[in-house]
Unconditional design. Structure first.
Length: 144
């Protein structure tokens, strides 16, 4: 028998679900790896992007990401930065919204990449139907 309890930690904006007989799980929070006990399941509240990856191919930059769920998700915005701080939107992608399955997205940055540009940073902004927004951690692409 599983007992499920949910505790909202508002100061960290994290949802922690307690489940009996769950497997231990490692998570990354603020660049620190944390191993959770076998009765805790951890995920960021309203955070549905599982991963974001980038790859430089033939001077174009290929970006892909996966979502854990898209229920209540309006759209995703791919953002680019040349300094890691000032991001600009470069593409908006409509979310599936009704799926609770893992879904994959891929796109290319249409701007031709030149190694002289140095680092290029990308992140995904998730916009929910209630107006809330979340951002992934930025990834960096370097042609050197």
């Amino acid at each position: 028998m599983k007992a499920i309890f949910t505790l909202f930690v508002t100061c960290l904006f994290i949802t922690v679900s307690m489940q009996l007989n769950a497997q231990p799980r490692k998570v990354i929070y603020n660049e620190n790896e944390i191993t959770l006990p076998n009765y805790l399941k951890f995920h960021a509240a309203d955070d549905n992007v599982n991963s974001i990856q980038g790859k430089l191919t033939d001077k174009a930059i290929f970006i892909s990401w996966q979502t854990a769920t898209e229920t209540n998700t309006s759209h995703f915005e791919l953002q680019r930065s040349y300094n890691g701080n000032d991001f600009e939107p470069i593409e908006t992608i409509t979310a599936g919204r009704i799926t609770s399955d893992i879904r994959s997205y891929t796109t290319n940055d249409d701007k031709e990449y030149n190694a002289a540009d140095g680092n290029v940073y990308y992140r995904i902004k998730t916009v929910f139907t209630n107006g809330k927004e979340n951002f992934t951690t930025a990834i960096v692409i370097n042609g050197n």
